[in-house]
Structure formats: structure tokens, C-alpha cells
Design a protein. Structure first.
Length: 289
DNA sequence: ACCTCGACCTGCAAGC
DNA sequence: TGCTTGCAGGTCGAGG
């Protein structure tokens, strides 16, 4: 499901239910998600107050009063719901328990926060705040695209010398952190760059300035900000934490629109679907060069 | 070092 | 209706 805008939407949805609140109890309903839960996972969370909710790329960072951080990744199908009833609780038969409600946080406020993840590509791990930098998953990440440090120069440098396609370079979390299949396709369309071009060609043209990298960096920031404003994208079953749908999917220009006319003004092209690396790419062969 | 590909897991839609 | 197939928003590790 979730790329940076969806994870940011989840962060904002969880904040009022978690920040400054105490976790009474955590129910872990299976032994693993993507990996086995740490020993004493639930016990280490119980009694902690959530001091703040942060995000790094597609990771949610839940800061605790103990000095630990709960690191959460939603994988492909992870989501959180905020409610007041335990799913499947005998006393609340109207609250449907899903077979895929794997972790339930009971807050002292009475709020119940449920993590659901059918495919179980998601993960949760407790890490000491002081050692967060050493966490392998985080230390390999490239720049945060909405942060001050990100721009055309940084992007050009990260693509410099790379023979792989621009699509694949942007999907690589070391290049820029937080993009996935949808927003890579969208950013490329908005900057009129072909997903098939070599990544290095946005960077390595001597004397050509950085026009391509500028356009691409701008498109990345714009599309991510617009998607966050819209509450992310809802495909299949993804919802915001309050059950509302995001609605940025209506603003997709190419993703999942094979056969439709290109939305670029006056462009006569039709959106095509191709496969790059094993994943679908959607683009306009006419205006994306 | 870089790159590509298959694996992980479930559900759903389309096709027969 | 029921079966099979292919596809899905992400990593990660093996192998070239």
C-alpha cells in the first residue's frame, strides 16, 4: 500500500490518539509479521508514554518515554485503525475482528489502535533512540524528499554514473527515500522524463545545466505534497486511520491508467504500461523523453 | 560496487 | 458456479 504520503497520513491520524498518551497494554496475536517479534516486545511497550510520532521515509517512528523508539513499516498492506472497541471483543460483537488484526494497542485513554496487515510484509521493531542511526534499515536511506537537504543537486549526484533506468534508480530508497511505484511514475510524468532513460542522463551532461534534475526534484516534491494534502491514495482497501478514504488516486495522471489519453495539455499520447524489473511502469511515450 | 531477479504472503479480479 | 492465473502500493538477499 503505502508510500511516503500514505505513511505521513497515518502518522497524522495516529498522533491525536497516541502523542502524550500512555500505552496500557499491547496484544500481539501472532509470532511474526515479516520477522519474528522481539522477545518481550509487548512487555517493553506496556506502561510507556508516547512522547512523539515521527516519520523517516516509509517508516513510522513512535518515540517512547523509556528512550526506545518503536519502528513500524507498513509493508504492502499494513494499516492502522483507531477506535474505542477491541476488534472481535465478545462485549462488542459489532466490531468486526479481521483475521489480519495482528497487533492491538490499548491506550490508557480507552482508545484502541489496531494494526492490520494481510500480507504481513510489515514490520515492528523496538530500537533505542540513541542507536537509531545504526539501524541498518534506516542508515541506508537516501535524503528525505520533503526535507531542506533535498534538491536537484543532491538528486543529480545520486543518479550520477548509474546505468540503471531512471525508474529503478528512483525506486531505490538510497537515491531518495520514500517513493514507491506510484509516486515514481507520477513524478516522472510530471517532469516529462522517460522511466526508461538511464539514470545518469539527468546528471552527467556537461554544460547542460541541471534542467532535468531540477524538473524531477520539483515534480517529486509537488506530487508528494499534493498527495499528503489529499490524505494519501486509497487503492484496494487502504484507508486513513479514521476509516476515511484518501482521494489522491483521483489525481493520478498515469498510474493504473493504461490506454487512457495522456493528461498533458495538447499531448496526443496514450498511457502505456510496461514492465521494468518485474514491476509495472505507467508512462506516456510521447511527452516523456 | 552495482544491478537484476526471485522470494516472502494473502486477496481479489478476470478469464475460462 | 468454481477453478486457475496474474497482479498488487515493499523490501531483502542471493547471485551475476
Amino acid at each position: 500500500m503505502p508510500e511516503l504520503p500514505e505513511v505521513e497520513t497515518v502518522r497524522r491520524g495516529l498522533a491525536p490518539a497516541m502523542e502524550g498518551k500512555r500505552i496500557d497494554k499491547v496484544e500481539v496475536r501472532r509470532k511474526d509479521l515479516r520477522w519474528p517479534f522481539q522477545k518481550d516486545f509487548a512487555a517493553r511497550l506496556a506502561g510507556q508514554t508516547v512522547t512523539s510520532l515521527g516519520r523517516r521515509a516509509k517508516y513510522l517512528l513512535i518515540d517512547l518515554s523509556s528512550g526506545d523508539v518503536l519502528l513500524v513499516h507498513l509493508g504492502m498492506s499494513g494499516s492502522f485503525r483507531v477506535g474505542t472497541e477491541t476488534p472481535g471483543d465478545f462485549h462488542h460483537p459489532r466490531s468486526k475482528a479481521s483475521a489480519h488484526d495482528h497487533v492491538v494497542f490499548h491506550m490508557s485513554s480507552g482508545t484502541v489502535i489496531t494494526f492490520n496487515d494481510p500480507r504481513r510484509f510489515g514490520s515492528m521493531k523496538i530500537v533505542a533512540r540513541a542507536k537509531l542511526d545504526e539501524e541498518p534499515a534506516l542508515s541506508i536511506l537516501g535524503p528525505e524528499p520533503l526535507g531542506n537537504e533535498f534538491g536537484a543537486d543532491v538528486l543529480a549526484k545520486a543518479c550520477s554514473g548509474r546505468k540503471t533506468s531512471l525508474k529503478s534508480a528512483l525506486s531505490d530508497q538510497k537515491t531518495v527515500a520514500g517513493l514507491g511505484n506510484i509516486y515514481v511514475c507520477e513524478a516522472l510524468h510530471r517532469s516529462h522524463l522517460s522511466p526508461k532513460r538511464r539514470a545518469s542522463t539527468i546528471a552527467d551532461r556537461k554544460g547542460a545545466g541541471n534542467a532535468r534534475a531540477e524538473a524531477l526534484a520539483d515534480a517529486i516534491k509537488t506530487v508528494l505534497n499534493d498527495a499528503i494534502k489529499a490524505g494519501g491514495s486509497s487503492l484496494r482497501d487502504h484507508r486513513q486511520t479514521d476509516g476515511e478514504l484518501g482521494y489522491f488516486q483521483h489525481s493520478f495522471r498515469v498510474y493504473d491508467r493504461a490506454g487512457e489519453p495522456c493528461p498533458t495539455p495538447r499531448c496526443p499520447g496514450k498511457i502505456r504500461r510496461i514492465v521494468q524489473g518485474t514491476r509495472s511502469t505507467f508512462y506516456c511515450p510521447v511527452c516523456q523523453k
